[in-house]
Design a protein around this ligand. Structure first.
Ligand code: HEC
Length: 174
């Protein structure tokens, strides 16, 4: 370009005009964008003025909603923390006994439980521990004898029995 200084000057001025024009357009566009964003923020604050008092938007509530999908809750299976009868029922027995699946006596159904309760706790505990017909041993789960006993008492009592809470050191008949 140094060999044609005049020509390059003309080109330069056209280029710089174009550049000036482009700059103005860019500045104007940026201004419009900023105005839109500010407008939206103001609008949003009108749409939900009570946002701060909403109990669904507290830090804990939000954290709970956005927690990782695969988050694992460990169930304590240690022998020092045996499950309650209700917990045993919920994790291991309810799949059948909540709705009477496979011909099982349904939870809370006194007619279905009556004759079974009459056999006494030891017989029911034994059935639950070792399985009976369609019922797998221990309801199919890794439970201690005490936990199975608690599950039996919980279910039988809901079906009309008045079995006492099983003692921690109770031993099933083999
Ligand atoms: C896979 C389904 C299933 C699961 C899970 C299950 N049961 Fe049962 N349960 C049955 C069926 C079916 C019967 C009826 C058995 C029969 O008398 O033929 C039954 C019967 C019983 C009886 C009465 C036994 C008797 O001698 O009359 C008790 C007590 C019992 N279940 C306790 C439990 C407990 C406690 C759990 C959980 C730890 C459990 N069951 C889990 C299917 C199940």
């Amino acid at each position: 370009m140094s060999s044609h200084p005049e020509a390059s000057t003309a080109t330069d001025s056209v280029e710089s005009d174009l550049l000036e024009g482009a700059k103005k357009v860019a500045i104007a566009a940026t201004g419009v964008l900023v105005a839109i964003v500010v407008g939206l923020i103001i609008l949003a604050s009108f749409v939900s003025p009570k946002e701060k008092e909403n109990p669904n938007l507290t830090a804990e509530a939000v954290a709970k909603r956005i927690q990782k999908v695969g988050a694992v809750t460990f169930v304590d299976n240690s022998p020092h923390e045996p499950k309650s009868g209700e917990q045993v029922f919920n994790v291991q027995c309810s799949s059948c006994h909540a709705n009477g699946a496979l011909g099982s006596p349904k939870f809370g159904d006194k007619a279905a439980w009556g004759a079974r309760v009459a056999k006494g706790f030891a017989a029911l505990w034994n059935s639950a521990l070792h399985g009976k017909n369609a019922m797998p041993a221990q309801g199919g789960g890794p439970l201690s004898d005490l936990e199975v006993a608690r599950g039996v008492v919980y279910m039988a009592n809901a079906g009309g029995a008045k079995f006492p809470e099983p003692k921690e050191d109770a031993k099933p008949a083999k």
